[in-house]
Design a protein around this ligand. Sequence first.
Ligand code: ADP
Length: 218
Amino acid sequence: MKKQFAVIGLGRFGGSVCRELYRMGHEVLAIDNSEDKVNEFANSATHAVIADATDERVLKNLGIRNFEFVIVAIGDNIQTSILSTLLLKELDVKNVWVKAQNHYHHKVLDKIGADRIIHPEYDMGIRIAQHLVSEKIIDYIELSEEYSIVELIATEKVANNSLIELDIRAKYGCTILAIKRGENVMVSPSPHDLIYEKDILIMIGHKNDLKRFEEEGL
Ligand code: ADP
C-alpha cells in the first residue's frame, strides 16, 4: 500500500531515506531550504520543494498535516530540528520521526513529542559490530535492552531439516519469523518447511537465546 511521507532535510541521512522510499513506490515530499539540494532531488521524490521547516505558515501551506509520516533529518542544527519538530507536533502530524544528534537533543525531542528518535550512527555502529564478530550474522536490530531481531545464515549444521526437527523454540527459546531464500521471503514458515544451507533466518528472541542459538545451534 502506498503511503505518504515528507522528508525535511536532504543531507546524507534524509537524502537516503527519501530516495529509498521513492524507489519503493511511495509518495514522498522532499523539503530543504537549499535550492541546490532540492534540484538534486527533483527526480528522487514525488515533489521537491524549497522551504524553511521552521516557518509555521510554510509548513501549513505545504499541507504537512496530511502526511502520514514526517521525517526530520536536519543534521547539525539542533535548534532548527527542535523547532521544526515542535511545529509539526503542534500542527498535529501523527508520526514525526527525528534524527537526533546527541543525548541532549534526544531528551528535548522526547519532551516535545517526537514519535521516534533515530541515532543512525549509533545504530549502524551496533549492527556493523554484530556483523564483524560473526559472519553468520547478516543484520541485527535492537528492539530493547533484552530483545532483538537478527538475520542469520543457515549453515550446513541445520540444512535439510524441518523446523519441527530442529525444534529451535523449545531448545533455544527464539522464534523464526521468516526465511529468505534468494528473492523469496517465507513469512511465518510452517513447522514442516525445510531449511536449506545459505537460507537467511530472520529470528526474534532474547539476546542471550539468540546468541546461544548462533553459537551452538548453527
Ligand atoms: P546529514 O548529517 O544527514 O548529512 P546535514 O546536516 O548535512 O545532514 O543535512 C541537513 C539538511 O537539512 C541540509 O541539506 C540543510 O540544507 C537542511 N536544512 C537545514 N535547515 C533547514 C530548514 N530550516 N528547513 C529545511 N531544511 C533545512
